[in-house]
Design a binder for this molecule. Structure first.
Ligand SMILES: [Zn+2]
Length: 175
């Protein structure tokens, strides 16, 4: 079974021909389900169109490659950066107990226009897998939307606010 969430980084070169992408070049990004995980490919439009394969992508979208601009990233408001740092940390932990927090953080970052939703897929748990792409780095986040009820959502939001404000640490929250 594919993991419920993970991070996949955007490549700086075509996964098929190996050529470096130029800034603002159109590209095709996709996720392929492989045993227990996802493999990400970023390709030139023409390479993908001519690519012979006997499998279908799990998810596919058109994008624009942006060369990294460290100066621009530094100008982001501190709070957004903190939410994203926390999201990356939680995704790396792969702790099912943090599933709801991961989802609420991803939604916050989407509302803040930091993440763009690229695709959704039904999940065997009854939830929805949401595929987000980071606007700046192009990294992909696969996050399970557990379809929280409103009362539960309020509790998770408090949890997220506590983690972001530093009144609670991750270790305390897990305990
Ligand atoms: Zn190519």
């Amino acid at each position: 079974m594919a993991q419920e969430w993970n991070i996949r980084h955007r490549a700086h070169e075509c996964s098929i021909c190996g050529c470096k992408f130029a800034d603002k070049q159109s590209c095709v990004s996709l996720l392929r389900a492989v045993t227990g995980s996802y493999e990400r490919m970023d390709c030139c439009v023409r390479c993908w169109d001519c690519f012979e394969r006997d499998w279908e992508p799990f998810s596919l979208w058109d994008g624009i490659y942006h060369a990294p601009k460290p100066a621009e990233i530094r100008k982001e408001p501190v709070r957004k950066d903190t939410a994203e740092t926390l999201l990356r940390k939680l995704i790396d932990l792969e702790d099912p107990a943090m599933r709801n927090v991961v989802y609420v953080l991803a939604v916050m970052l989407e509302r803040g226009k930091q993440l763009i939703e690229r695709d959704t897929k039904p999940h065997e748990s009854g939830g929805i897998l949401r595929i987000y792409e980071d606007k700046h780095s192009g990294d992909t986040f696969v996050v399970l939307d557990p379809k929280l009820h409103l009362d539960k959502l309020a509790i998770v939001q408090q949890q997220v606010v506590a983690l972001l404000s530093g009144t609670k640490t991750l270790e305390e929250d897990e305990a």
